[in-house]
Design a binder for this molecule. Structure first.
Ligand SMILES: NC(=O)c1ccc[n+]([C@@H]2O[C@H](COP(=O)([O-])OP(=O)(O)OC[C@H]3O[C@@H](n4cnc5c(N)ncnc54)[C@H](O)[C@@H]3O)[C@@H](O)[C@H]2O)c1
Ligand SMILES: O=C(O)C[C@H](O)C(=O)O
Length: 314
């Protein structure tokens, strides 16, 4: 029997969606369907065709289709949702909640109808609450509904640590838990560099400055760009998660998962360390936390809950 390529749909063909589609194709993770609204059908087709025309130059084999028709995305293995508005300088991610909740709900209805067996990764912000919205709208088992925040937040933390230490980014292993907001919880105690606890390598004040910069890492990019938010590192993060699922890699990654008692939280989607493999979220880890770390996580969880309350009451 002929082997079939995986099929990956990316909903939203804006900065993050288009960048993700190209990176997925470059890595030959599967055929890619890029979906946007009917008013943007031609630009979406144009982006996909432009990417396809990069393939002979770069030497990758992947079909890339741009469309406004979910029929083209039917039976996708993985669906990535980047649809929605992005924040501008001076805004918080939470300011996007009402607009993006409506968009994510309608996208999920289409995904449910056309790709009922897909693993769905949500990027749209505020992403913890949007993962909750998606889970409700999809009605899929919770292992198949996964939010992206921690891979990106940890990547920022690792970048800043590698720069401060002048070592390879590959040797920095940070851990960031909690919601994707300014009170996310980088866990210094669990951060190692080449196996060495980071607290042995950098002064406390320098680590604290890096933690503070990590927490507002998205805002730093928003201020610099002036008209939109980050997309290269977010796209790379989505690709790493997709690869973990499609290749059943069983990576230990920070993802937004449904907590069912872990860390004392119930029925809450928030960033935690989990095993991501062929069956989506296969296991959630509950780390031992100090009282201070627990308090920081509680603050972050409360921020997430307050945004979820807005979508629940809408
Ligand atoms: N979770 C994270 O770590 C993270 C990282 C980066 C961006 N984001 C979020 O991702 C979202 C997208 O960011 P971006 O920079 O790509 O924005 P963008 O404006 O460049 O692209 C968004 C795209 O979504 C499309 N869209 C809107 N409604 C749609 C619908 N109903 N169906 C299909 N497509 C629809 C738009 O037409 C647009 O092309 C934002 O909400 C942003 O805040 C989250
Ligand atoms: O900061 C944003 O609004 C986009 C994204 O969540 C990010 O962290 O880059």
């Amino acid at each position: 029997m002929a082997m079939k390529r995986s099929k990956i749909t990316v909903v939203g063909a804006g900065f993050t969606g288009a960048t993700t589609a190209l990176m997925l194709a470059q890595k030959e993770l599967g055929d890619v369907v890029l979906v946007d609204i009917p008013q943007l059908e031609n630009p979406t087709k144009g982006k996909a065709l432009d990417m396809a025309e990069a393939a002979p130059v770069q030497g990758f084999d992947a079909r890339i289709v741009g469309t406004a028709d979910y029929g083209d995305s039917a039976d996708s293995d993985v669906v990535i949702i980047t649809a929605g508005i992005a924040r501008k300088p001076g805004m918080s991610r939470d300011d996007l909640v009402s607009t993006n909740a409506g968009i994510v709900r309608s996208v999920c209805e289409n995904v449910k109808a056309t790709s009922p067996n897909a693993y769905v990764i949500i990027l749209s912000n505020p992403v913890d609450a949007m993962t909750y919205v998606a889970n409700k709208a999809l009605g899929f088992p919770e292992n198949r509904v996964i939010g992206q925040s921690g891979v990106l937040d940890t990547a920022r933390y690792n970048t800043f640590l590698a720069q401060a230490l002048n070592v390879s980014v590959e040797d920095v292993r940070g851990v960031v838990l909690g919601g994707h907001g300014d009170d996310m919880v980088p866990l210094v105690r669990y951060t190692t560099v080449g196996g060495i606890p980071v607290e042995h390598l950098l002064p406390k004040e320098e680590i604290e400055a890096i933690v503070a910069r990590t927490r507002v890492g998205g805002g730093e990019i928003v201020s610099l760009l002036g008209n939109g938010s980050a997309y290269y590192a977010p796209a790379a993060s989505l690709v790493q998660m997709t690869e973990a699922i499609l290749k059943d890699k069983k990576r230990i990654l920070p993802v937004i998962a449904l907590l069912q008692g872990e860390y004392g939280y119930d029925n809450l989607f928030m960033g935690v360390l989990a095993v991501l493999g062929g069956d989506g979220i296969e296991k959630v880890f509950e780390l031992d936390l100090t009282l201070d770390e627990k308090a920081a996580l509680a603050k972050s969880a409360e921020s997430v809950r307050s945004v979820v309350r807005i979508v629940e009451n809408a």
